[in-house]
Design a protein around this ligand. Sequence first.
Ligand code: IPD
Ligand code: CA
Ligand code: CA
Ligand code: CA
Length: 264
Amino acid sequence: MISSPLMTVMVDAVRKAARGLKRDFGEVENLQVSRKGPGNFVSAADRKAEEVLRDALMKARPGYGLVLEENGVIEGQDKSHTWHVDPLDGTTNFLHGIPHFAISVGLERDGQIVAGVIYDPIKDELFVAERGKGAYLNNRRLRVSGRIDMADALAAYGTPYLGRGNHPRLLREVAAVMAVSGGTRRLGSAALDLAYVACGRLDLYWERDLQTWDMAAGIILVREAGGFVSSADGASEALATRSVACGNEVLHRELVGILRKCNA
Ligand code: IPD
Ligand code: CA
Ligand code: CA
Ligand code: CA
């Protein structure tokens, strides 16, 4: 485990918000739900968890800015630090009673993600990483998978909300990866997809049209676990392009090559 004042702040905030999520998951049919766009829902559970996170993070680090999925941007006096907060990543799973969702909090310092926490309250799995200090799941140090044969690899991807994203391109990419990999999955939480690459459950993951709060924490987890993270085309930083491709060095290179070929 990482013991630092920063980690304590992040873990305490996330655990506090998770208590509400767990309670609300048990009574999901009574939750107030609204639609942000076609197929894109937000519930009282998302909003309540975000308030808990916002209050805890602002109290512990008063000057830092925040990018909050449900409440937008709060500018801080300290211009070098920004939290990226997803109070409930996997809302669709949550609202359908599928126990696969997480809280994700990442800290950006001068343009770099320096710490991340992703917590799955149902499985009680806490993923943490801090720059230079490694990545952990509960108390276990993480390492990305060592598989280098694409035919053995398990690859996850994300699908966009109704009416969003480039469906023909995604279908081409999924077909191309299905044709050469050991298997494909769409699990429904970008944060957990990244965390699962960090801990070696998944060998690869790619997705486009994400937001910084979906991936900030996961990016540092994968990197601190020895993995490679880039934009989906492999040419830029994930955070800047809001797209991601990740895995170990060998499979990441191969995945990016496959995706590029699909779009050539
Ligand atoms: C979504 C999930 C999903 C991904 C979407 C995200 P939300 O986040 O991470 O896996 O495919 O792009 O928006 O809305 O559940 O926090
Ligand atoms: Ca959402
Ligand atoms: Ca999300
Ligand atoms: Ca969310």
